[in-house]
Write a protein that binds this ligand. Structure first.
Ligand SMILES: [Zn+2]
Length: 166
């Protein structure tokens, strides 16, 4: 009985530690693009905005008012896939497509992206290499566990309301 209580205590401490780690780490917002409605409070909360450059063939560079609106927020911006189609980065995306995504981003914001986060956090070894060759920093690994990550369209298994609480 006593042993059971102490294991529970350890679990509770670990949850509390994780809670404070998540509180201290930068808040991220995924799937930001003009074609996906996004609550303004989520955008305000976030420290890092993950932008989809060409969602459903709508290049963000063609929406200059949107570009300046996002830029004026003065947040860290990263690139989140190119089109963000399902399993985009498990299906042999080419260096040219990655370059295109980077160029669209640059045309929109005036600087090249330095951070990359693959859709669904799924990426093959070959594509990891392509990202490395592009000069961008790949951001995966424990992201959703150690960071609060919201999604504009609330599409993730981990819902925005859960992220708000924990
Ligand atoms: Zn996403």
């Amino acid at each position: 009985m006593k042993k059971g209580v102490s294991i529970l205590t350890i679990i509770l401490i670990l949850i509390a530690v994780l809670f404070f780690i998540r509180l201290a780490n930068p808040v991220e917002l995924d799937d930001l693009t003009p074609g996906i409605p996004c609550e303004s409070d989520l955008i305000e909360k976030a420290n890092i905005l993950w932008v989809i450059p060409d969602f459903e063939n709508n290049s963000i560079a063609q929406n200059k008012p949107w570009c300046s609106e996002i830029l004026e927020l003065n947040k860290k911006l990263g690139i989140h896939g190119v089109k963000h189609s399902y399993n985009e980065f498990r299906e042999n995306i080419t260096q040219a497509e990655i370059q295109r995504g980077m160029e669209i981003f640059k045309e929109c914001f005036g600087f090249s992206p330095t951070m990359f986060k693959p859709p669904q956090l799924a990426i093959s070894d070959e594509e990891k290499k392509l990202i490395k060759d592009s000069g961008m920093e790949l951001m995966i690994g424990g992201n959703q566990i150690t960071h609060k990550v919201y999604h504009c369209n609330d599409s993730d298994i981990i819902k925005n309301w859960m992220v708000r609480i924990f």
